[in-house]
Design a protein around this ligand. Structure first.
Ligand code: PRX
Length: 655
């Protein structure tokens, strides 16, 4: 048997393995009764409302759902504040002295904030924002490292009804500027710097670069994190500690309408321009609360660690809002997993007694590659539940995670969802579901998902496109400033077909269902790449490349990568007279990293004389993918000959 064949067969065997919820876990799980699925399916609105009842409202809703496809309103007429639910409820109750946030910085510094501490800080910072003129409905941009101030800033915005827009600290100055301008943010919260792999990331310097052209920004608040020298522009820039000092210790929470915006978060779509995804308050809070409780089986004694940065939706929903709305203790770590050594995560789990650990497959694959000797140095027996998110997890990585990190005893929740969905939609329930490595298993109770083919017909067993066929509370409510794009992107895939309802959400993911109805997510079907669990569009990278003066044209595709899942391969046509070679390769990679951020740095730059296009002028991406994967040409340098590109094109049959 060839090696490739035996690999395929062993992967299939792994997929076929089944892992029922361990009996010990099941006995004490938050959800033990399989009837929850049936009950929720019979009346999803009542199901979601039962979670809403567990939150604290200024005024109860008069209607659970108002659904005028593709526009949903949840908990209509309800008044609620997210910071009250995440902080006041616990600080004022029996949990005041309970740790809300336990944090470790990359250099090893530590902080613990009890719910009472968090209450004080959120109130003070909310007062400070008000004093600087921020009002309900204003947009506030947040560009911070993963430090407690990030959560405080988000919750303070929520308290006064300002809409936060968190921009990942790894994004470039230009990416920050675009996001600030799209939202017309009034205030920016940043830091002098942050720590990453032993070095300082000069966030304020990047912010200054961005702020050269952001007319809406009136004030900047700067957290002192690294003590590096930064420029403070009088009148505009203020130190975080200074604004806190004079701030009122109490700030009344704004009673927000359930449908008032809580935040926008930018994510890549299929064009060069990122979309500001809109999330509102009531439904978002209800579903992040419900899924945190049921999927992560949160108990009062848990120390829960989600490794995502607040710059991504996972950091919003499962580092901040969901767990805090449950009164949980969250752990937060600022830096890199391999600093100062490749066992940093395991050392953190051991030292802090982490019980629930939620991370991405790309990280798991990196840990596998580094080897289990790093894991074996530590006692991970505090762990009781593991989670995975962001991309499909390959069965090998699942099994390794289960055995090496979970000691064979922890269930794994492989959770499928998106920035747009706001909360988890397809996932095991850890006390109930029999897991199959590589499958996100079944929709969460109350969620209706289907696999459809291009004709809109349901595929009960086999492959197709993932569709969501009922509204859910934390669904996006739109794209900031672009209502048309909202309808076109998510709701029009099947809407032109006869007999198709106009209310089917297209997720952009391929998916297959097996004979037991399990969902197996297969990755994006559009021009969105998933690099280390982060969404980047091919067009964004292409526009960054053609922005370089030496580039005439470019086409970007993804290729398989052992650790990142996917990596970027860029085909580039240089302008006349521009020198190819290693120097230009580096220059172009640096250029993209500078324009977008290091996560978008291409793995390969392939110079080509021509780009293969169809007669209608569409780039033949599948051919480029096969070339990048080494399936078509062994030696890509031959692409310098346009006759070869022509020949390839003629020989190649697009699917
Ligand atoms: O392709 C799916 C993949 O990540 C996309 C959403 O990316 P983003 O909005 O950045 O949110 C990531 C964190 C929720 C999806 O369209 N994806 C996410 N989770 C999974 C996944 N693919 C397979 N399995 C998952 N568990």
């Amino acid at each position: 048997m060839t090696e490739a064949k035996s690999d395929i067969i062993s992967a299939l065997l792994l997929e076929e393995r089944q892992f029922p919820a361990p009996a010990g876990f099941q006995k004490q799980a938050v959800v033990r009764d399989p009837a929850v699925y049936q009950k929720a399916a019979e009346d999803p609105e009542a199901f979601w409302a039962s979670f809403a009842e567990e939150l604290s409202w200024f005024q109860k809703w008069s209607q659970i759902l108002d659904w005028k496809p593709p526009h949903a309103k949840w908990f209509v007429g309800g008044k609620i504040n997210a910071s009250v639910n995440c902080v006041d409820r616990w600080a004022k109750g029996a949990l005041g002295q309970k740790a809300a946030i336990i944090w470790e910085g990359e250099p090893g510094d530590q902080k613990v904030l009890t719910y009472e501490d968090l209450y004080q800080k959120v109130n003070q910072f909310a007062s400070a924002l008000k004093k600087l003129g921020v009002r309900k409905g204003d947009r506030v941009a947040i560009y911070l490292p993963l430090i407690p101030e990030a959560a405080i800033a988000m919750l303070a915005c929520a308290r006064i009804g300002a809409i936060h827009s968190v921009v990942f600290g790894g994004f470039s100055a230009e990416a920050l500027r675009d996001r600030i301008n799209d939202a017309a943010a009034k205030l920016l919260i940043t830091a002098d710097g942050g720590w990453r792999r032993g070095a300082q990331v000069p966030l304020k310097q990047f912010a200054d670069e961005a702020l050269t052209n952001t007319p809406s920004i009136q004030h900047v608040i700067v957290v002192k994190r690294t003590n590096r020298d930064v420029r403070i522009q009088a009148g505009r820039d203020h130190w975080w500690h200074d604004v806190l000092e004079g701030a009122e210790p109490h700030c009344d929470p704004e009673p927000m309408d359930a449908e008032d915006m809580l935040f926008t978060l930018y994510t890549s779509g299929t064009t060069g321009k990122p979309k500001g995804i809109i999330h509102t308050t009531g439904g978002y809070l209800v579903q992040t609360y419900a899924t945190s409780k049921w999927v992560f089986d949160l108990k009062p004694s848990d120390i829960y660690w989600c490794t995502a940065d607040v710059g991504w939706i996972t950091g919003h929903s499962y580092l901040v809002y969901g767990p805090l709305a449950n009164g949980a203790t969250i752990f937060m770590y600022e830096g890199s997993p391999d600093w100062p050594q490749k066992d940093r995560f395991w050392s953190l789990i051991e030292r802090y007694g982490i019980t629930i650990f939620y991370t991405a497959p790309t990280a798991i694959r990196a840990f596998m590659k580094w080897g289990s000797q790093w894991v074996d140095k530590h006692n991970l027996s505090s762990l009781r539940l593991l989670g995975s998110v962001g991309e499909p997890i390959n069965p090998e990585a699942w099994i390794w995670y289960h055995e090496k990190i979970g000691g064979g005893r922890c269930p794994i929740v492989d959770t499928w969802w998106q920035t747009e969905t706001g909360a988890i939609l397809i996932t095991p329930l850890p006390g109930l579901t029999t897991c199959k490595p590589g499958s996100a298993t079944k929709p969460f109770p109350g969620v209706e998902a289907k696999v459809l083919n291009e004709k809109g017909e349901e595929v009960k067993e086999g492959g197709g496109l993932l569709a969501l066929t009922k509204p859910w509370p934390s669904m996006l409510r739109g794209i900031y400033g672009d209502p048309k794009r909202y309808e076109e992107t998510y709701w029009s895939k099947w809407s032109h077909l006869k007999n198709m309802p106009q209310n089917v959400y297209f997720a952009g993911d391929g998916c297959k269902r097996d004979k037991e109805g399990y969902f197996w997510l297969l990755g994006r079907v559009d021009d969105v790449m998933n690099i280390s669990g982060h969404r980047i569009s091919t067009m964004e990278v292409e526009s960054a490349l053609v922005d370089h003066q030496g580039v005439a044209e470019s086409a970007v595709v993804s290729k398989k990568h052992e650790i990142k899942g996917e990596a970027i391969a860029a085909f580039v046509i240089l302008r006349e007279g521009v020198q190819k070679g290693e120097k230009m390769v580096q220059e172009l990679k640096d250029h993209v990293a500078k324009k977008i951020g290091a996560i978008a740095r291409p793995e390969d730059i392939i110079f080509t004389a021509d780009l293969p296009k169809t007669r209608s002028g569409k780039i033949m991406r599948r051919l480029l993918k096969d070339i990048a994967a080494g399936k078509v040409l062994g030696d890509t340098t031959t692409l310098a000959d346009s006759a070869i590109v022509q020949k390839l094109k003629e020989e190649y049959k697009e699917e």
